[in-house]
Design a protein around this ligand. Structure first.
Ligand code: MG
Length: 426
């Protein structure tokens, strides 16, 4: 009996598919010799390169995504570092999505290694059987090393939760009205994708101590705890109602950070900040389903000089890896031509990455960083790295001459980031 006047779909007919150790397994798929060995995929494979994806074998040896290569090698000397290959991951992604489309006409890629299949409008579908067939077809038609976990539930959020929980159960799990309380009963608030440490704390303080209690907390109460409409959507998610994201108008986005005297002493911090800024932009572009065609990068130094770069690309990008790669290539070229020291050095007082010239691409929204198991944990780990930069070379910053100054490209004054997600229920 439904007394809420809201139609609730309680049949588990949404599939969430998450590829396992995606980048590392793509590399093992392409290179037979890498199979069965600990592999670490890095954006660059220099000493302080950051490992962004680990093969199952590397995870078994206790390595964690987000580690620096020098530390990872100490812990696992047989680790094979492999430079990331975005084009390869996209190729496999397209093939995997095509397999899914043979089964379902409503497939939404959520990231480079995740997709939602919505069977809500199908009749006589056995979702469990679908999941088994799709898993088998990806292995036989795309690559025999490309395994995935599938979660099945009445809405996308619970399906994702099921895919995470199902990883250790043959990569297959279903959440239904019959078992949801038992499933939630085993979890802590922080186990819910999207509930971070701060929100856990706030919920606990308000007396909502577990996901199960959260499910039975009235929406108005959650709204006041969250201090936003998002609380109501959390009630929906845990009670089988679907929530969707709607995109907004945007001209440009930037991510900028001041760097304190203490922090700039560590080149690892500078490197990590560069990645964080790119990830921030990626997250926003993914959220709004945008791809950018223009990129800007500025660093300011303690002597008030700066290095600016701005460039336009022919293939729109969205992911942090591609952004980082392109900016790094431009820096390397400049360093070589100008015969100067590294642009990213310990004299930087401010860093800014900007993207603009957006195009929409609803079919291919994915993030190359989603593969990192616990991205936030990884970033936090990197914050703690206190290695000092070995060299104390002082580099004089030079103005870039063959690129327009970034502020000419984007009117930063008008750029606002929207913090509230706009949801609509279906
Ligand atoms: Mg994955």
């Amino acid at each position: 009996m439904n007394q809420n006047k809201i139609e609730i779909k309680v049949e588990a007919r949404v599939l969430f598919i998450d590829m396992n150790s995606y980048f590392a397994r793509c590399e093992q798929q392409a290179n037979y010799w890498l199979r069965g060995r600990p592999v670490g995929v890095c954006v660059y494979t220099g000493k302080y390169g950051c490992v962004i994806s680990l093969s199952t074998e590397a995870k078994e040896r206790g390595l964690k995504a987000g580690m620096r290569l020098n530390d990872a090698i100490v812990q696992c000397p047989e680790l094979i570092p492999v430079e990331s290959n975005p084009a390869r991951y996209r190729q496999y992604h397209t093939k995997i999505i095509n397999v899914m489309r043979e089964y379902c006409n409503d497939v939404v890629p959520k990231s480079i290694d995740e997709a939602i299949l919505n069977f809500s409008n199908y009749e006589n579908v056995d979702p469990m059987q679908m999941a088994i067939s799709i898993k088998r077809d990806i292995l036989s038609k795309v690559g025999d090393w490309l395994t995935c976990s599938v979660g099945i539930a009445p809405n996308a959020f619970l399906a994702k939760l099921a895919s995470v929980r199902g990883k250790k159960r043959d990569g297959l799990m279903m959440i239904t009205p019959q078992n949801i309380d038992a499933v939630l009963g085993e979890l802590k608030l922080g186990d819910l994708p999207g509930i971070g440490a701060n929100m856990s704390y706030r919920l606990e303080r308000a007396g909502v101590k577990t996901p199960l209690e959260m499910r039975y907390t009235p929406p108005e109460r959650l709204r006041s705890i969250f201090k936003s409409i998002d609380g109501v959507y959390w009630h929906y998610r845990l009670n089988f109602i679907e929530t969707n994201i709607v995109a907004h108008e945007y001209k440009g986005m930037q991510a900028m950070r001041q760097i304190s005297a203490e922090k700039r002493q560590h080149i690892n911090y500078i490197d990590q900040l560069f990645m964080t800024l790119c990830l921030t932009l990626e997250k926003r572009m993914v959220h709004h389903k945008f791809y950018c065609k223009s990129v800007g990068f500025t660093v300011r130094y303690t002597d008030d000089t700066r290095w600016d770069d701005a460039f336009t690309i022919s293939t729109p990008v969205q992911d942090a890896i591609s952004l980082m790669r392109m900016i790094r290539i431009r820096m390397a070229k400049f360093e070589e031509a100008a015969k100067c020291g590294p642009i990213l050095n310990t004299q930087i007082s401010q860093m800014r990455v900007a993207v603009t010239n957006f195009v929409n691409n609803g079919n291919m929204l994915y993030s190359l960083f989603e593969d990192m198991d616990k991205q936030e944990t990884a970033l936090k780990t990197m914050h703690q790295i206190k290695d000092k930069f070995g060299s104390d070379k002082l580099i004089r910053a030079v103005e870039m001459t063959d690129g327009k100054v970034i502020k000419d490209v984007i009117g930063f004054g008008s750029v606002k980031d929207l913090t509230d997600l706009d949801y609509k229920t279906t």
